[in-house]
Write a protein that binds this ligand. Structure first.
Ligand code: ACO
Length: 428
């Protein structure tokens, strides 16, 4: 058995260095001692987009992208989606263990009793343009919550953090539904605390007069929320951690995470999938579209396909495909499903996608289900943000207790001009 170290020889100087290997990594700071001369800054790593850099140690979510495995706190996503509910999953992610019955009841009570928002929030949301994108409204309103709860800035106080966690998880469905109703000119519906987390959200979204929550749709949403709760160090979670590392309040860092999720390469992808399927229009047009993707040199992408981490079928996509069938029994089939299934079949047998290990990701089918349930396309990223808040907050909470963390501050390789003298404006 060899040693858990790495020996590096600097061919510029002929010197050798031995650095420890721990948990499959070397510390980037251990490279700083490697210098070509005494006044050399020392060696750094260059890793744009952090494709091979661990930024933290975490105990929350495990992904094996090659095998298509996703576990929250050790529990396989398939088991949680089959047997659990979203609030239980959020508790698990945040606290590390599944709740006992009394713990679950207390947790659900606390979430349920924080669903209301200050009346001023209504006015704030009412001030948006009639056609404002609900994700933009959500992002701004979550940021505005920091002004309603200024005590949230005491981020080293654990109980205080817990209070903001209750509030954020509880208020997300209320804000999301208000954003939607504003965009369609409907009155806001206040939360009904007798309903489940998802049932209440469906009612706040769709009720005009009497509204009975359909149990199949409620359960489908529950599963979709479980699948979206956390996904380790993705773009929005990194934003949450990066911004949160400045010790700003969690509403401000959650707003930053929502901004990251808004992008079409991240949480905006399910919206783009729907637009893409509509544009393709019919099964006959699929081969021409696939040809466009392949010939575009990466410009045209098959949205909902490919993943930075999964180089196999995204396990969440498998579960979503099954849920789709249950939802369509209630809502009738979404005509875009046929196109999606055929697109998937063709892509999975095409050498371009096979060679690059491009498989359907979580977004490929989720939009089709959301649309069948009556959610407009603009709401898709919002539907992603609601459950992901529990993941963002648990990652933030973990970071706040992690003594190895400090304010996030990457290095750069400066390639700009050398020092030069200022030339006054009229002499240039
Ligand atoms: N369609 C066509 N080609 C693709 C796709 C795609 N969806 N995704 C990647 N490729 C190709 C790239 O063009 C590249 O080809 P090349 O090697 O010939 O240059 C190769 O596959 C590798 O792609 P990268 O962009 O380097 O992979 P990366 O890990 O950076 O990207 C990403 C991952 C952003 C998810 C990408 O696959 C993509 O854009 N997918 C479509 C958008 C999408 O569905 N996003 C949702 C992700 S899941 C989530 O956020 C919840």
């Amino acid at each position: 058995m060899g040693k858990d170290t790495l020996t590096i020889t600097d061919n510029r100087t002929g010197k050798s260095y031995e650095v420890p290997i721990s948990l499959g990594t070397i510390k980037a700071m251990d490279l700083r001692q490697i210098k070509a001369s005494d006044d050399d800054f020392g060696l750094m790593t260059y890793d744009p987009a952090f494709t091979n850099t661990a930024s933290c140690k975490s105990r929350i979510t495990f992904i094996d992208g090659d095998k298509g495995i996703l576990n929250y706190r050790g529990y396989p996503i398939e088991q949680l989606a089959e047997q659990g509910d979203y609030l239980e999953t959020a508790y698990l992610i945040l606290n590390g263990e599944l709740p006992t019955r009394p713990q679950y009841d207390a947790w659900a009570y606390n979430i349920t009793h924080h669903t209301m928002v200050h009346e001023n929030i209504k006015e704030l949301m009412g001030a948006f343009r009639y056609d404002a994108h609900p994700m933009g409204m959500l992002m701004s309103t979550v940021a505005a919550l920091s002004t309603f709860y200024p005590e949230a800035r005491h981020v080293h106080d654990r109980q205080n953090r817990q209070n903001q966690i209750f509030r954020l998880i509880a208020k997300m469905p209320t804000l999301a539904a208000f954003a939607y109703r504003h965009s369609v000119g409907l009155h806001f519906v206040y939360p009904d605390n007798d309903l489940s987390y998802c049932g209440n959200f469906l009612r706040m979204m769709f009720s005009v007069g009497k509204y009975d929550v359909n149990p199949v749709l409620e359960r489908a949403l529950e599963v979709l929320f479980i699948l979206h709760a956390d996904h380790e160090q993705n773009c929005s979670t990194s934003a949450m951690r990066g911004v949160g590392s400045s010790e700003v309040d969690p509403y401000s860092s959650t707003a930053a995470a929502i901004a990251a999720l808004y992008g079409p390469l991240h949480g905006g992808a399910n919206e783009m999938v729907l637009r893409m399927l509509k544009e393709i229009g019919s099964k006959d047009h699929i081969p021409a579209f696939i040809k466009d993707v392949k010939e575009s040199g990466g410009e045209v992408r098959l949205m909902g396909f490919g993943h930075r981490v999964y180089k196999n079928y995204d396990p969440r996509a498998k579960i979503i495909k099954r849920i789709a069938e249950e939802v369509f029994e209630v809502t009738g089939k979404n005509p875009l499903l046929e196109i999606a299934v055929e697109l998937e079949r063709i892509a999975l047998s095409d050498e371009y996608f096979v060679k690059r290990k491009l498989y359907p990701n979580v977004d490929f089918y989720s939009g089709i289900i959301y649309q069948a349930m009556g959610f407009p396309v603009d709401m898709f990223p919002v539907l992603f943000a609601i459950p992901r808040v529990s993941g963002w907050l648990s990652q933030w909470n973990e970071m706040m207790d992690d003594k190895e963390q400090k304010i996030a501050r990457p290095r750069q390789i400066y390639l700009g001009a050398d020092r030069r003298e200022y030339v006054p404006l009229d002499k240039r």
